[in-house]
Every structure is written in structure tokens, then in C-alpha cells.
Design a protein around this ligand. Structure first.
Ligand SMILES: Nc1ncnc2c1ncn2[C@@H]1O[C@H](COP(=O)(O)OP(=O)(O)OP(=O)(O)O)[C@@H](O)[C@H]1O
Ligand SMILES: [Mg+2]
Length: 398
């Protein structure tokens, strides 16, 4: 029999609530407050919860707010950092942490607050399975309940923990069949490319992280998958490849028929960049930089407006749907290789997969690289998959 709890009687733990809907967070927090339960609602982008200039000060902030000061504060912060993944990085600026590390820090800091409940949307979309388990242990250890709205267990065949749905003030466990979604057959003729690295070295002094790729050639890639733990260097690799980060050595994508390929890049941490922007505004930026023509801009807008997948996502929150506008522009635009860092953030995996297939059908296939924590998403699209481990590249074990 399916398990069900009244919100009031929920045992401590992490509850992934599915699916998202426009007023879900509002309804949850109103129901909790009606029973006198204190609840902390995270901002849409979890990283926006972080306000201090170092990991240590961020951890102290929530305790200071409760009147903990002096040596008591110092001891408490030492204890929290010692038990967290940040024990050697207390001086690092939170905005330089990786996407997943930022989500971890926000929840670690918020657990010091007196609220019984933490509530948020898409709080774990950047987290590795290992860190999900770690955060779950911390939540239980603090005797808190976290209700996290997510889409991410929603991929056929995905190994998953329990998923829940809210029904009035009841939290009901969902069965696997209630979340099943099917993916279409897919085949695309993506041109082959090569990734070549020689003497690549990128070190961040404040965190001590180093990306090191002495010598690497990966041949005959169509779609490259990049997998790995939080903080292993996936986004840094993409930043170096695209030239956003300065590094030593040489890292190139060799694409037949192009001397100096143009790389189109959907970055992971877009922050508030998209707040208040419409599809038109985002496309205008591509037009201004002469990456897409005005005509293409109109065509993309038309395509998005005609796509039920996009409408369903954009209606949820323009700040989530806008990532797909960028994906469409990268395929339509003057780019030779498209790199997508966590394209499924905040969105149902199957819908993003469908959207990508439709976009490729409409605009043609391009050499592709995808960074994701979702094994099934990578396995579906990628023919070669690498795994980052502490700044080094390995063959992935899929
Ligand atoms: N500007 C910076 N200064 C200091 N350290 C940094 C900076 N940028 C990244 N780092 C550190 O480098 C490491 C690799 O970061 P990166 O963003 O590449 O990880 P990732 O594999 O993409 O992780 P995630 O899965 O969480 O997105 C992290 O430990 C991060 O804290
Ligand atoms: Mg990353």
C-alpha cells in the first residue's frame, strides 16, 4: 500500500515532490504555516540564498541571525564546516563554488535556521547522487523535513528514491508507473569531431582546484557526454575549451571543414541573468552579436511558440524555460559545436530530451557536448562519455 503522511506528522527526511506546478510552493508553505510549522522557502535559484563573501561567513550568517556570537559562534561554525564537504575551503567565495557545491552550501547553511521545514524548487538539480545522500543524512541529523519540488527522477528507467505528490495537506508516495514518460526513437547524423588536449593546466588558488590534462585525444565523437562528481571540473573544462577561462596548454575541438570552430555554450550558472527577459529579449542578444540573423530569430520564436514542450515549461517560470531558448539559438546560430552544461536544470528530463530532438530536426545536427548528472540523459544522446575526477579526465564507466 502506498505510504501517505499528513504534513504535520511527516518524519524527518528529504521528500522529493513531483510534479512542479505554478502555485505548489505557495500552497505548501500556506498549509505548513496554518499548522504553526515554521518553514523556510528558498529562492528559485538556490545559489541566490548565498549572501556572504566566504564559505565560513556564509555558514556563520544563519547562526548570527539567531543571536549566537563570540566563541560559541566560532566553535559552532568550526563544527559545521568540519562535517561538510567544505572543510578545506572555508575561505573560498561562495560565488566561485561549482553549481552543485553552491546548492550544498545553501542547504548546509539553511539547516542552522530554526525552521522545521525547508521548501524549494529544483534544489538538487546540480547534485551528484553521492551528495544527495550526504544532504539527506544532514537533514535527518538536524531533525528537519525538506520538501524539494523536482522533475528529475522522471526519466524512463531512472534509479530513484521515493517521489511524493501533495494532495491537500497529505504527502502521498508515487508509484513508478505514475511517473513513466516515453521518449521517441531518435537518430541524427551528427558530424564527427575530435577533442585534443596538450599540457592543459588550470589552477584556482583560493580553492586549490587544478584541472590537469597532460595529453588526450578523443577521436570520432558525435555527442560527447561529460559526467562526474560535483567540483570535479566539468564546467571548468567547458570554460577552458570555450576560452572563457585563461589556462596553460592547449585544448581544442577539431571539426572537419572548419579552421577555427565557433563554440556555442549554454553555461550552468546563469543566475538572475534572465530575470524579466522575454524570448524576444534573449534572441535579440544573439542578433546583436551577429550569431543569428533577424530572420532566424523570428523563426526560432515561431518554433518555440508552436512547441507544446516549450509552452509547458515556459509557463512554469520564464527563468526555467529561457534555457531552451538559448539551446534553440545555439543550434540555429553560427556555431560549429554546441556545449550544453546541465540543460535539464529545473525542467523535466523527458521534455528537454524531446525539445532537443525537435530542435535538431528543425535546424540540423551539430557536433555536441553535454554535461549532466543524469546518466540516462547522457546515455540517450552521447556516443562517447568521459568522467571527470578531481580535475582529471577518465573513460566513463556507463
Ligand atoms: N573562480 C574560482 N575560484 C576558486 N575555485 C574555483 C573557481 N571556479 C571553480 N572553482 C572550484 O573548482 C572546482 C571545479 O569546479 P567546476 O565548476 O568545474 O565543477 P563541476 O564539475 O562543474 O561541478 P558541478 O557538478 O557542481 O557543476 C570546484 O571545487 C570549484 O569550487
Ligand atoms: Mg558544473
Amino acid at each position: 500500500m502506498a505510504v501517505s503522511y499528513h504534513l504535520r506528522d511527516l518524519p524527518p527526511g528529504l521528500y522529493q515532490v513531483y510534479p512542479d506546478s505554478p502555485d505548489l510552493i505557495g500552497r505548501l508553505s500556506r498549509a505548513l504555516r496554518a499548522h504553526g510549522l515554521r518553514c523556510l522557502v528558498f529562492p528559485l535559484q538556490l545559489a541566490d540564498y548565498l549572501v556572504a563573501d566566504t564559505v565560513r561567513r556564509e555558514t556563520a550568517f544563519d547562526l548570527e541571525n539567531q543571536g549566537v556570537t563570540g566563541s560559541r559562534l566560532s566553535e559552532a561554525v568550526d563544527g559545521i564546516i568540519r562535517d561538510s564537504p567544505f572543510h578545506e575551503r572555508s575561505c573560498q567565495a561562495p560565488n566561485t563554488l561549482s553549481g552543485g557545491e553552491q546548492q550544498l552550501l545553501a542547504i548546509t547553511a539553511a539547516l542552522q535556521q530554526p525552521h522545521e521545514f525547508l521548501v524549494g524548487r529544483h534544489c538538487f538539480d546540480f547534485l551528484s547522487t553521492r551528495n544527495m545522500q550526504l544532504i539527506e543524512e544532514h537533514i535527518v541529523g538536524h531533525e528537519k523535513r525538506m520538501l524539494a519540488v523536482t522533475y528529475h527522477a522522471n526519466m524512463p528507467g531512472h534509479e530513484q528514491s521515493s517521489m511524493w505528490r501533495i494532495n491537500g495537506e497529505q504527502l502521498e508516495e508515487l508509484t513508478k508507473t505514475e511517473m513513466e514518460a516515453s521518449l521517441p526513437e531518435w537518430q541524427a547524423d551528427i558530424p564527427q569531431w575530435r577533442l585534443i588536449a596538450a599540457g592543459v593546466e588550470k589552477t584556482f588558488e583560493t580553492s586549490g582546484f587544478a584541472l590537469l590534462i597532460p595529453d588526450l585525444v578523443i577521436d570520432k565523437i558525435r555527442c560527447l557526454g561529460i559526467f562526474g562528481e560535483n567540483g570535479s571540473g566539468k564546467s571548468t573544462l567547458a570554460d577552458c575549451l570555450t576560452g572563457i577561462e585563461v589556462y596553460a596548454g592547449s585544448l581544442t575541438a577539431a571539426i572537419p571543414g572548419t579552421e577555427s570552430p565557433k563554440l556555442g555554450y549554454l553555461v550552468q550558472k546563469t543566475g538572475n541573468l534572465s530575470q524579466g527577459l522575454s524570448i524576444k529579449d534573449i534572441l535579440q542578444r544573439f542578433i546583436d552579436h551577429e550569431r543569428i540573423s533577424r530572420l532566424d530569430g523570428g523563426r526560432i520564436e515561431q518554433m518555440l511558440n508552436d512547441l507544446p514542450e516549450y509552452q509547458a515549461l515556459a509557463v512554469q517560470d520564464a527563468r526555467l524555460g529561457f534555457r531552451l531558448v538559448i539551446v534553440a539559438a545555439l543550434f540555429a546560430g553560427d556555431y560549429d559545436l554546441v556545449i550544453l552544461d546541465e540543460p535539464t536544470y529545473g525542467l523535466p528530463t523527458w521534455a528537454v530530451a524531446n525539445f532537443l530532438i525537435r530542435t535538431i530536426e528543425e535546424w540540423g545536427a551539430k557536433p555536441l557536448a553535454i554535461i549532466s548528472h543524469n546518466r540516462n540523459f547522457l546515455a540517450f544522446f552521447c556516443d562517447r562519455i568521459i568522467q571527470m575526477e578531481n580535475g582529471t579526465v577518465h573513460e566513463a564507466d556507463f
